[in-house]
Design a protein around this ligand. Sequence first.
Ligand code: ZN
Length: 492
Amino acid sequence: MTRWALGPLHDVLDLIEFQSLSAQDALAEWRTTSERPFHPGLDHWTEHAVRGYLAASEQIPAVSGVPQGEPLEPVSRRWARQRGSQKPADPDWYEEMVTDRRYAGHGIRELRVARKGSVTDSPRDEAEIALAVGVLAGGLPVLSSKWEKKRLTLGRSEPPRLVRLVEIGCADASHRILFEGTPEEAFARYDSDVRARVDKMIAGGSYRPGKDCGRCDAVATCPEVPSRPGLLGINDSDGPLRSWSVTTGRSYRKCPARAHLEELFLPREDPAEDSEAVVRGKAVHAWIENRHRRTPPQPCEPDDTPGSAEEWRREGWAVTGLQARLGIQMIGDHALVCPLRDEPDSAEAHPEQQIVVYDPDADVVVIAKTDLLYRVADRWTLRETKTVKALSKHDLLEEYPQLALAVLMADAGVLPGGGPCAVELERLTGSGPVVTDLEAAAPDVIAQARLVLTEYVASWHADSRYPTKPGKACEECPFTRWCPDAAERTDT
Ligand SMILES: [Zn+2]
């Protein structure tokens, strides 16, 4: 199954630009000749993205001096430049390349970068811009194949008189010109913004494990991602490398297609506003998280709460009335069970940590988002915090599968401290706070955690089609726009 949301877009644009097909014919050609199967949701998205890209391209103003009706021509070869000396073993030698969509003519080189979402207000990455315009100004056409792993073979070409970098938001056909200038101006931008970043990357130490590990071929040998065969209890690594989190598991239960479209990172729409209780829960979480980020660590105090709905608003949360009062009470209650209250001087706290582990037996990257990892003296603990109206009588591991994952991660020794890490649940309720130690090292708890997790993971892992499950799941799904079956819901 195709797993890069912009891959088919580029395949279709290649057919339009290099084989002169219309958009409609190119989409039809891609659908019949694509080497990899693709999800119907990806099909819908690709058609939308192609039309968005073409519409945005038409809106880009011509560079001054370019005659009307003589647009730039698409360029099939990538552009690259090689830095450092040409000696084979030079450790400072590296290559810089631009991919995406390339155009040239009238002494101009232009790169259009396709983004999934809107580019109207998206943040700018100045180092990425400087790198791209440096290659546009000084690059040469790449002659070697995309799949060759050795040094690139570069051809010749005339240096441009002007370079331009544009980004295009495929979801809403938006565009933004990021840079337009002479090669000298491009090199100046490169020198000021890129040098430091590239030096840092060459020196190493810039691994950032996260959601992208699920599509990284090097994850099995990454020094920052521990490998734990059998973590998920699945022995079948024949499928493609994928990533799994508790969110994936929950989404898959609601609708297999939704879990897949999440993995593709397709643009989302928020289908409905959060309920007041959900907003209150998020606001309480954010307040406590901010208190735990203080350095040096300080325990939360019972009176350090938002005093009023107005104060909630200043923090960016629309919490009013009963929910505001309940939220204030819950934050005050947290102070009674704050993990930093007893020995703040010997404690450290890491709110909202992401733990990434690779399970080679399942060929899956497991990503856990934890509410809080903290240490008091030499004891590490993972704490999940939930705001609930009342305590439920359900099995805690079943009710909160992230706890089951936490127990298995503690057992696998991938949580901080290297040794046993405790797992606990803090529930802030209408009638007071309750902290439960899950006894993560007990064999029967580990067995139960394994049972719970297998139920979430096994059917997802065995699936390669991700069928849609239209119905109730569509009501809160952010991907109905791209789903071929969601219309059934809105029509009935
Ligand atoms: Zn606290």
